[in-house]
Design a protein around this ligand. Sequence first.
Ligand SMILES: *[C@@H]1O[C@H](CO)[C@@H](O)[C@H](O)[C@H]1NC(C)=O
Ligand SMILES: *[C@@H]1O[C@H](CO)[C@@H](O)[C@H](O)[C@H]1NC(C)=O
Ligand SMILES: *[C@@H]1O[C@H](CO)[C@@H](O)[C@H](O)[C@H]1NC(C)=O
Ligand SMILES: *[C@@H]1O[C@H](CO)[C@@H](O)[C@H](O)[C@H]1NC(C)=O
Ligand SMILES: *[C@@H]1O[C@H](CO)[C@@H](O)[C@H](O)[C@H]1NC(C)=O
Ligand SMILES: *[C@@H]1O[C@H](CO)[C@@H](O)[C@H](O)[C@H]1NC(C)=O
Length: 504
Amino acid sequence: MTPRCTLAIFFLLVFIRHIDGSGFCCNLGTQTTHLLDPSITVQLMKDNGFEKVKLFESDGTYLEALAGSKLQVMVGVPNYLLSTMATKPEAAEEYVANNVTHWRSKDVDIRYVAVGNEPLLKSYGGNFTNYTFPALQNIQGALEKAGLGKTVKATIPFNADIFFSPTGSPSGGIFRPDIEDLMVSIVKYMSDHGCPITVNIYPFIALYYDPNFPIDYGFFDGGVAPLVDGKYTYTNALDANYDTLVVALEKNGYGSLPIIIGEIGWPSDGNPNANASLAQRFYQGLVKRVRADVGTPRRSTAPDIYMFSLIDEDAKSIAPGPFEPHWGIFNIDGSMKFTLDLGEGKNLTGAKGVKYLEKQWCVVSPDANVNDEKFAAAITEACSHADCTALTPGSSCGSLDLKGNASFAFNMYFQTNDQKSGSCEKFQPYSTITKTDPSAGTCKYPIMFETEYRGSEQGHVQHGQGSGSGSGSGSGSNSSAGKINSGVLGAVMLAMIMVFGYLN
Ligand SMILES: *[C@@H]1O[C@H](CO)[C@@H](O)[C@H](O)[C@H]1NC(C)=O
Ligand SMILES: *[C@@H]1O[C@H](CO)[C@@H](O)[C@H](O)[C@H]1NC(C)=O
Ligand SMILES: *[C@@H]1O[C@H](CO)[C@@H](O)[C@H](O)[C@H]1NC(C)=O
Ligand SMILES: *[C@@H]1O[C@H](CO)[C@@H](O)[C@H](O)[C@H]1NC(C)=O
Ligand SMILES: *[C@@H]1O[C@H](CO)[C@@H](O)[C@H](O)[C@H]1NC(C)=O
Ligand SMILES: *[C@@H]1O[C@H](CO)[C@@H](O)[C@H](O)[C@H]1NC(C)=O
């Protein structure tokens, strides 16, 4: 082969790779007490080959930092705005002007507008059902009116509870009967206007609600008897779930509607099946799959798969389960939880330029009397203002004794409050500050980082009381409730598909 020919083939391969677009996509939530500097976050995504990012709103915090980054962006209209968007076309036009056109003119490459977040979730009791479709029409209409019809598309991220399979196999896929007519109208509109449909898929939640769910089915590395569905064979929940939707679409005449996977991930703490090694296993399989650019048994084109999530969110409601703050590929400070081979000779790399507070921890004082009446109350107090989910049984700090629990809780409170004076003393006489890292084994006592950015407007979110849904503050839209229900419903559906098919 002549050098020129070799070179030509080389560039052709590079070109094919490029148009194949096997970069990574992720979600970026803001339900945190401390938000990593947006410019550090954008660099973190670039360093690790992320090319597309999905936000839950469209406030300026991240968008400013995304200007000129070349990352493609999906912004989101929170559920609480759906009624306005549905009933006032001019509000949708204003949204597009302020939150799409404005940012595009600043070189933020917005490509999608997510209209609501899992708005037809069964547990919302139909609260958004009347507004979802008109809001989609008004937003897409406003995009077209603004001259963005070809560049920016509206979509709706749905929970996987909008479809299921009565037969237990993907070939039986149908839309949920109570919203079937509505779904047919929505997908027809999407098809007519070149909009994709988006679906969130959670194998971990299926496992969480159903101990009989074959755990290996959640991953991508086999170890499970395949589900055979006619001429198609399934070895993982993602493929089976996705193809159930493909079939539901086909049955209604929209078999080629583009599908985006809006959220998929595996938490690293807060449950016996949520640890860094299982999360590593999940993401390593997913990354390999994305790099291989493969589709599912029924659809050969690889979908965009938005990992949930880039960074942990310590202020997420734990109503769905104590694993909720731990969906990040990275810790809240952008540090690594596990290594990943990203392909193309690259490894996962942590955030750069993060400034940490002083190396000091608030722990239990050596002479604290654990039998003291107020001792337990001090722990409860600390944990009601800080994320103590790592203490739950089967979690990274789940086997500490009572004093260990106190140390962990006091330190989380202290760090969450930026080590402010008084925030350790608050727990005296039981607490004291130490310069010796109390971390041991899997149990890490973090040091908070310096930042001027806060994710949650309310500051420190009261844990354990959240309803899991958007609270109206505008910061609660990030699908916690989705996870409760992808739990119950997703589990039912997945269990039907996986277990029945699996046992047959
Ligand atoms: C849209 O943009 C406006 C003005 O920049 C901002 O105040 C508002 O929060 C944005 N809306 C959403 C849903 O993010
Ligand atoms: C639906 O909305 C009503 C009125 O805002 C509210 O009281 C109710 O809790 C909501 N239902 C659910 C399931 O969120
Ligand atoms: C939705 O519309 C139906 C029919 O118009 C009405 O009966 C129902 O109350 C509406 N639901 C909500 C939550 O607005
Ligand atoms: C992670 O969880 C799995 C399943 O519970 C368990 O088998 C494994 O030992 C755990 N790994 C670590 C490092 O804790
Ligand atoms: C990636 O990590 C592996 C070990 O996990 C190491 O052997 C390899 O050299 C690393 N590659 C790069 C490019 O750093
Ligand atoms: C430590 O805290 C966790 C979470 O609250 C609890 O489940 C566990 O029982 C506590 N351990 C002890 C020894 O009190």
